[in-house]
Design a protein around this ligand. Structure first.
Ligand code: NAD
Length: 309
């Protein structure tokens, strides 16, 4: 399949590499000059579970892409999505399917401004990836993907994309309720990412705090109040216990969530406005109290101001 990975950072590079290796015609589209340059000059360097390989995948800037692919996989950061969708207009053919796998909430509304509903596929993934530097991606661990079409007419297209991803080892499953999974994952990010970034700790250290149990339940209650207005019923206790299960160092305990990596370690802006910030904003619009999510959003923005010069 002819596939463009749009937003080819850590996750885009993982997906691009695995799909290329499986024989698909892949292009990496990204706006980071050093990254694009390195990939084109030396190939994408991939540390694949400790084994280093070089993948010869073409990389391009969004403004230089004029070919129309069959599938676009979006992997920008949330705050880069809108601008990227504006920049890739020439790539959006009448039948180009656009799969969004970003973390965070509200992305389907943004996509609908630029892509016809019948071409939008929404998904959620448990794969991970990291960048060692421009043009150098590090892959470890296992993952999977859930995907669903936004328009009921496009179920066959969603299933075909699942097959292409699965053939590349990415383990994609068709979901009957992907919006539930997106909200559920947003709860994990909305409790652990923002808290660990503010407190400068890893997941295990956060879980050991005497207030951790009460804090995550207060945050999730607010997520559940807003998700209900989107037709998604979250069981607060089930979600909380799912989060508590990963405090174990054999699970994700030793991990510093991506918001900690972005903000504290790399001094980059975070996706807070699309996680806790989304819940706080919707709460204000709908007259639903969301004080915990409002405060977390304010504190993360304050820390961005302190750390990003
Ligand atoms: P990323 O930060 O690696 O890449 C996003 C964009 O930032 C790319 O355009 C990339 O080229 C650019 N970029 C990265 N490092 C840069 C630097 N040092 N200087 C300048 N530009 C830089 O983002 P990601 O981790 O691939 O995440 C993409 C989406 O997938 C996000 O919504 C994220 O929450 C989600 N996600 C990430 C992971 C993960 O393990 N990384 C897992 C699941 C979901």
């Amino acid at each position: 399949m002819k596939i463009a990975i749009v937003g080819a950072g850590a996750m885009g590079s993982r997906f691009g590499y695995m799909l290329h290796k499986a024989g698909n015609d892949v292009v990496l589209v990204d706006g980071w000059p050093q990254h694009v340059e390195n990939i084109n000059q030396q190939g994408l360097i991939v540390d694949d579970n400790g084994v280093e390989t070089v993948a010869k995948i073409p990389a391009m800037f969004p403004e230089d892409c004029h070919e129309v692919p069959e599938l676009i996989i979006l992997f920008t950061k949330s705050m880069g999505l809108k601008k990227m969708l504006q920049d890739i207009q020439p790539m959006l053919g009448q039948n180009t399917k656009v799969l969004c796998l970003l973390n965070g909430l509200g992305h389907s509304e943004t996509l609908k401004e630029y892509v016809p509903a019948e071409n939008i596929l929404m998904g959620v993934t448990l794969w991970t990836a990291g960048l060692q530097g421009p043009g150098h991606v590090v892959l470890s661990g296992d993952g999977n993907i859930e995907i669903q079409n936004v328009d009921p007419k496009s179920q066959a297209a969603a299933k075909e994309v699942c097959d292409v991803l699965t053939q590349a080892g990415l383990k994609a499953q068709y979901s009957e309720n992907v919006i539930f999974s997106i909200w559920r994952k947003a709860c994990v990010n909305g409790t652990l990412n923002s808290s660990c970034a503010i407190l400068d700790c890893n997941i295990k250290e956060f879980g050991e705090l005497s207030e951790a149990g009460s804090l995550i339940r207060k945050i999730i209650q607010e997520f559940a109040a807003i998700s209900k207005t989107d037709g998604v019923i979250l069981d607060v206790e089930e979600v909380a216990q799912g989060i508590e299960a990963i405090y174990d160092p054999d699970q994700a305990g030793a991990h510093y969530p991506s918001m900690h990596q972005d903000l504290v370690q790399n001094h980059r802006l975070t996706e807070i406005d699309y996680i806790n910030g989304y819940v706080a904003r919707k709460g204000q619009e709908l007259g639903i109290a969301t004080p915990y999510n409002q405060l977390l959003t304010t504190l993360v923005h304050a820390k961005e101001e302190l750390l990003i010069k």
